[in-house]
Design a protein around this ligand. Structure first.
Ligand code: HEM
Length: 181
């Protein structure tokens, strides 16, 4: 196994692992912990949020590093001439920045973001829904058929419009798919 493949594997593992921990933890917080403690032990709930804060900050850092690696180093070279991929991943990145903002506001202390903490159940639910949408979009780009340039289309590329054909699941470089046909 070459070094690039190992780094890609580690990056993907950390990215998906971070999604499991953060989305799973937030689901547990919103659906189990919050309803149980919000009236009986509000101060304990606040303590739990402060402890959760470390995971949120570390998770955002990991998401950004591994996500941009997955996109810039792995995704872009493998999806040249595939605008749908870039549109979906670009939208996903914008939604992820929204989720990072809400997640930071909910565990933060600044006066400017107090209104989000005052309505924590509502904003946690919105954040979860958007997070699941992000997981759906990420899964879509992974399993959708990728347009692959045929040999003839590659020759035409310098001249007229590019021809593409569908070729199974994604994640493989166009030239690898062409070779495999
Ligand atoms: C709330 C934040 C995020 C969540 C929950 C999330 C979740 C996921 C999951 C579950 C996958 C794996 C999909 C699969 O293999 O089936 C994935 C892949 C990916 N993510 Fe994220 N992600 C988040 C943020 C980001 C950010 C900030 C970036 C970029 C800066 C990013 C870029 C990518 C890329 C490029 C892939 C690979 C897509 C492909 O298969 O080509 N993600 N993400």
């Amino acid at each position: 196994m070459d070094a690039g493949l190992i780094i890609s594997l580690v990056s993907r593992f950390l990215h998906v692992g971070t999604a499991i921990v953060l989305v799973g933890g937030t689901t547990f917080l919103r659906l189990v912990v919050h309803p149980t403690l919000v009236t009986s032990h509000p101060e304990l709930l606040a303590d739990l949020r402060q402890r959760w804060k470390k995971f949120v900050h570390a998770g955002i850092g990991l998401f950004l590093v591994t996500g941009f690696y997955n996109y810039l180093v792995v995704g872009i070279p493998a999806h040249k001439g595939d605008p749908v991929y870039h549109m979906v991943v670009g939208t996903k990145i914008i939604l992820a920045l929204f989720v990072f903002f809400i997640a930071s506001a909910l565990v933060g202390r600044s006066a400017g973001t107090q209104k989000f903490r005052d309505q924590a159940p509502k904003w946690t639910a919105i954040m979860l829904l958007v997070s699941f949408l992000i997981v759906g979009m990420s899964s879509f780009v992974k399993v959708r058929p990728v347009p692959v340039k045929t040999g003839a289309a590659e020759k035409q590329e310098t001249g007229s419009a590019m021809t593409v054909e569908s070729a199974g699941s994604s994640g493989t470089k166009p030239e690898e798919k062409t070779a495999a046909q």
